[in-house]
Design a protein around this ligand. Structure first.
Ligand code: NAD
Length: 693
């Protein structure tokens, strides 16, 4: 069965790609397309060709089942070569998604028409690749370098109207797509229009201001650090503007092969799949549907509450912001306004959108006002008695169908649920600071949380632009529990011979946008200090404990806010402080630790091994559903470099046998904190990787 059907409409050949379910570009589709185009080209009765997809879909990109496999048979480039060789007008009729290799084929055609709902884009960068069938060369020749760069480096698709505005397509078709495409082809024939081969069009790229490329690279220096694909995309589009097509085309192929061979690509594909799977919750009946969340309330107008309210408003959901007194509300509102105003000043938000969002946030002191909200998220002080008091009030006033969520970071959600008459409606919704920016939302399932509350909160995460990861109700949930281990090992490394700046440099070298100590200084050391002071009474004194952070706080060094923390600050500029090094040496002396040279490699390996071991414990305890969920949480909540795939993926790549060896080494020298996860023994024995199932 061919995946491309041909039929004739008068003197126009209609080639229909039909590869259920979505018309993905498989090896068979490419081969069948080449054959069908050649056959139409050699048929003297055919004067033009329309290329269309079956069932209202064009080509949404490569067939995911062929990811990572060697390409056999004709490539996308061969399909385009056949179209160019046909020397007859070829019109692409686009609907649904015209993405990746699908859009590249459309760019190889002479003209393009699309339905109003069509989405067009080159998303390859998201899996560490670049378009390899001429996309980096043809798109700039059609829409100009700036627009092409934006589309290819972001990977974000655009709608048909925007595509028409920038010249990517020639018409938006309201009625029947095939009829309109045939009509377009007839017009081309009637007007005897010269064939428009993009490989031969240079007018849009000639005269491009080449400063554009360096500006883009420097603007994205932080975001793209260590990433190969975006840099190569810039190189290729630059070549499209400065070199003949054939040279740019060759550079694109070489760059594509380089990206394909890089381990980054495999890591990014892993995350792509993990992000898709994270919303799947095994064991829940398919009958449980998410409830619509059309209104919301947030309790506590502080740092987190304000940010959470912004998330709802940004998604167009009206939200109440409730606090105990008018001053707190005024302060909270002023902070929200300031955050929005910063975005407007930066150009990332229009004044109109800011006004609309602010119009959706309403302050109140009265519980009665929020009673009809579909969900309420409590973000009051981190104090069990206060939270229980809030939940008693919520239980008294909220409509029966409402979801009652808490943003607690450390408290037991079962104890909060227990004061209500409806623990099945109580759930954790753990946002990360700043809540309006950070993508991660840990959705915490307490003992009695209903499937409906889980499904609704997970769906809400998506609605408000977050990545929801389901976690169990245990101290630190997923993310902060691993963070504790990460911080602990860095602190021990300081005592053993490293400096904060060396640890940060090593972690940044691995790809973290910010090292641990810069991050701590930025968020403020006093918060953690207060938590540790409270927890001191419960701490197991037999286990190793690093007092360095406490010592800094005792000196009033709270980080950026006091201009001193692990580093010295001039505004936001950090410089190493010899006094901190002296303090660390002093602590090591008191603890009888002989300092030694520590390598960057040891820092990275030790920290990541500890994270992976803890991750396995979390999995074993059922706190996380899948290894991939831990990776997704780390990438979206903790700055784990995306191209390294996450801590569990890192361990997969290193090999669990090697991870076990490292854990055993530290277990012998460090004791119980390094106890191997029960599953680690099993993983190492079977040399099993999560990736292989
Ligand atoms: P915050 O001190 O900035 O704000 C708390 C707000 O709650 C204040 O405006 C206060 O007036 C109000 N409030 C206190 N008691 C209240 C009550 N009974 N009813 C109504 N409002 C009340 O605190 P925050 O940093 O926004 O943290 C809020 C919650 O979010 C805490 O549970 C915290 O653990 C959690 N959290 C914080 C972070 C973070 O990084 N700050 C991250 C995740 C979760």
């Amino acid at each position: 069965m061919s995946t491309v059907h041909s039929h004739r409409a008068g003197d126009i050949a209609v080639l229909t790609i039909d590869n259920p379910p979505v018309n993905a570009m498989s090896m068979a589709v490419r081969a069948d397309l080449v054959a069908a185009v050649r056959s139409a080209a050699s048929d003297a009765a055919v004067r033009a060709v329309v290329l269309i997809g079956a069932n209202g879909k064009f080509i949404p990109g490569a067939d995911i089942r062929e990811f990572g496999k060697p390409i056999t048979g004709p490539s996308g480039r061969d399909v385009i070569a056949a179209i160019e060789a046909a020397a007859k007008p070829v019109v692409a009729a686009l609907a649904g998604h015209a993405l990746g290799g699908g859009l590249e084929i459309a760019l190889g055609c002479h003209w393009r028409v699309a339905t109003p709902g069509c989405q067009l884009g080159l998303p390859e960068v998201k899996i560490g690749l670049l378009p390899g069938a001429g996309g980096t060369q043809r798109l700039p020749r059609l829409v100009g370098a700036a627009r092409a760069l934006e589309m290819i480096t972001s990977g974000q698709p655009i709608g048909a109207r925007a595509a028409l505005d920038c010249g990517l397509i020639d018409a938006v078709v309201e009625g029947e797509l095939l009829d309109a495409a045939l009509e377009f082809a007839q017009r081309v024939l009637a007007e005897a229009r010269p064939l428009r081969l993009l490989s031969a069009c240079n007018d849009r790229v000639a005269g491009t201001d080449l400063a554009l490329f360096d500006e883009l690279l420097s603007k994205n220096a932080k975001k793209w650090r260590g990433l190969i694909a975006p840099q190569r995309i810039v190189d290729c589009v630059r070549a499209a503007c400065t070199q003949p097509f054939e040279q740019g085309y060759a550079l694109e192929l070489a760059s594509f092969d380089e990206c394909k061979a890089s381990p980054q690509r495999a890591a990014l594909i892993h995350l792509f799949a993990a992000e898709r799977d994270v919303a799947r919750i095994p064991g829940l009946s398919a009958d449980v549907a998410a409830r619509t969340v059309a209104s919301a309330a947030v309790i506590g107008a502080g740092t987190m509450g304000g940010g959470i309210a912004m998330c709802f408003a940004n998604a167009g959901i009206p939200v109440w912001l409730l606090d105990t007194n008018a001053d707190a509300l005024t302060r909270g509102r002023a902070l929200i306004e300031k955050n929005y105003a910063t975005s407007v000043a930066r150009g990332s938000l229009t004044q109109e959108r800011m006004d609309r969002a602010l119009g959706l946030i309403t302050g109140t002191l009265e519980y009665a006002a929020i009673a009809d909200s579909d969900i309420v998220i409590e973000a009051a002080f981190e104090d069990m008695a206060i939270k229980q008091q809030v939940f008693r009030q919520l239980d008294a006033v909220m409509k029966p169908a409402a979801i009652l969520a808490t943003n607690t970071s450390t408290l037991d959600i079962d104890k909060i649920a227990a004061v209500t008459t409806r623990p099945e409606s109580v759930i954790g919704a753990h946002f990360f600071s700043p809540a309006n920016v950070m993508k991660l939302l840990e959705v915490v399932r307490a003992a009695k949380t209903s499937p409906q509350a889980i499904v609704t909160t997970m769906a809400l995460a998506r609605t408000i632009g977050k990545v929801g990861v389901l976690a169990g109700n245990a101290d630190g949930f997923i993310g902060n529990r691993i963070l504790a281990v990460y911080g602990r090992e860095c602190d021990f490394l300081l005592e053993e011979g490293a400096t904060p700046w060396q640890v940060d440099r090593a972690l940044q070298g691995f790809g973290f946008p910010m090292g641990l100590y810069l991050m701590r200084d930025m968020s403020g050391l006093d918060v953690g200090w207060r938590i540790r002071q409270y927890r001191e009474q419960f701490r197991d004194k037999r286990l190793r404990y690093s007092p360095i952070a406490d010592r800094l706080c005792e000196l009033g060094r709270f980080g950026q806010k006091t201009a001193k923390g692990y580093y010295l600050y001039d505004g936001r500029n950090a410089t190493p402080d010899p006094a901190v090094e002296a303090l660390i040496e002093q602590v090591a002396k008191e603890l009888n630790i002989a300092r030694r040279a520590v390598s960057d490699d040891e820092i990275v390996t030790r920290v990541l091994t500890a994270m992976a071991n803890e991750g396995l414990k979390i999995l074993g305890e059922g706190i996380a559903l899948r290894a991939g969920d831990i990776d997704v949480a780390y990438v979206h909540g903790y700055g784990f470099p995306r191209h390294q795939g996450g801590p569990m993926y890192w361990a997969d790549q290193r090999g669990w046998g090697a991870v076990y060896e490292t854990v055993r080494h530290y277990h012998a020298s460090q004791g119980a904190l390094w106890a191997p996860a029960p599953r680690l023994v099993e993983m190492a024995a079977r040399a099993q990787a999560f990736e292989q199932g």
